[in-house]
Design a protein around this ligand. Structure first.
Ligand SMILES: [Zn+2]
Ligand SMILES: [Zn+2]
Length: 235
């Protein structure tokens, strides 16, 4: 079995998602391309909203000062720009399960740089119905990589959307908030103290905020968000 695996990886080596160069590690991004990506380093401590370079990294953004979100913290790997837009698109619409695994590894690494120790992962489904047709769900696949290494469960049945919402694209922050209000319902008792929501692109944060609200109402003490990318807020 091991030999077969080795032969296969020699025949079909992993390649960098961006430059097609052969990579040795399980993450399919070569070190050079990884370095060049738009890392979201200077951002709001609570919601990871990208802030201007030079701003102290321990500050809250204006939105969080005005109204503190229901979630306690956010880590977002990248800014939703340049190559990351293409990467997320390929993750959503591409057929390669290995993208999801690579991203799972990157998110895990980011989480392990923090002191946070969630006892459950809650993936926000990406394009629910379409993915069900295709047979695999990237957000679950991303979470699976992380859950396995962290030895914690993935929760994807206890919280459901009780009504379908209009697609959030094209709505401004206020409209998104209104659109998502009351969308989630907890259908089963949760016994977790600290839940980590796994999302792909966090735009205004309205969806994860609503999700965090229902989790807290049902007794979860700490709710965090870990996302691939964070968009700057417009409007
Ligand atoms: Zn590369
Ligand atoms: Zn903020």
């Amino acid at each position: 079995m091991k030999l077969a695996k080795k032969l296969l990886s020699n025949l079909f080596p992993s390649r960098c998602i961006f430059c097609q160069q052969t990579v040795k590690q399980s993450v399919e991004v070569c070190p050079d391309c990884y370095q060049a990506l738009p890392h979201n380093e200077v951002c709001c401590v609570r919601c990871a909203l990208p802030l201007a370079e030079g701003i102290n990294n321990a500050v809250l953004c204006g939105r969080c000062i005005k109204k503190m979100p229901a979630f306690d913290y956010t880590y977002s790997l990248f800014r939703y720009e340049d190559e990351i837009i293409g990467l997320v698109h390929r993750l959503k619409f591409g057929e390669k399960i290995s993208y999801a695994r690579s991203i799972g590894e990157l998110l895990l690494k980011r989480l392990q740089e923090t002191d946070e120790m969630p006892d459950c992962l809650l993936p926000v489904s990406l394009h629910k119905s379409r993915l069900r047709q295709r047979g695999f769900n990237q957000s679950i696949e991303i979470s699976r990589v992380m859950a396995k290494k962290l030895v914690i469960p993935i929760e994807h049945t206890a919280v459901i959307r009780q009504r379908s919402t209009v697609a959030q694209t094209g709505l401004n922050a206020k409209q998104r908030q209104k659109n998502i209000r009351g969308a989630f319902i907890v259908v089963r008792q949760l016994h977790y103290k600290h839940v980590l929501i796994i999302d792909d692109v966090m735009t205004t944060g309205a969806t994860v905020n609503e999700l965090a609200k229902v989790l807290k109402k049902s007794g979860v003490e700490r709710v965090g968000v870990l996302s691939i990318a964070r968009a700057p807020v417009k409007g």
